[in-house]
Design a protein around this ligand. Structure first.
Ligand SMILES: *[C@@H]1O[C@H](CO)[C@@H](O)[C@H](O)[C@H]1NC(C)=O
Ligand SMILES: *[C@@H]1O[C@H](CO)[C@@H](O)[C@H](O)[C@H]1NC(C)=O
Length: 108
């Protein structure tokens, strides 16, 4: 069974447009593995401004530059395994520990 983080992420170009490298989290539902671990999704504030979510830059020490890097790493992981992700949150770096869960729907 395929493990998932339970996220939806932005197209690679949108991260490039920010001048960054990594995977921008659009949505991390609170009941999914990444959401439970506290990964922040992209939101709009009350005025309609976009609040950029976490950008995943590495998983267990392996650099993540784009969505295909992330898929590639996840393909080598197993359900129930724990991974430590480095994310960029604003201009801070955070470490997030996620327990991978089996794929139940189309999120990843
Ligand atoms: C993703 O980034 C890797 C480097 O980490 C690069 O080799 C690969 O070509 C990139 N893939 C895409 C689809 O841009
Ligand atoms: C990630 O690192 C943790 C701690 O070292 C390890 O338990 C886990 O198996 C690793 N996961 C993968 C997919 O390599």
């Amino acid at each position: 069974m395929r493990p998932i983080l339970g996220i939806k992420f932005a197209p690679d170009q949108s991260v490039e447009q920010l001048g960054l490298s990594g995977v921008l989290v659009l949505d991390a539902p609170p009941n999914g593995p990444a959401g439970k671990a506290g990964l922040q999704s992209t939101k709009c504030d009350a005025y309609g401004w976009l609040i950029v979510g976490d950008i995943i830059t590495s998983v267990n020490g392996t650099k993540v530059a784009n969505g295909s890097d992330l898929y590639h790493i996840l393909d080598q992981c197993k359900v129930g395994e724990t991974v430590t992700m480095e994310v960029l949150r604003g201009d801070k770096k955070e470490k997030i520990v996620v327990v991978l869960e089996p794929k139940l729907d189309e999120t990843r």
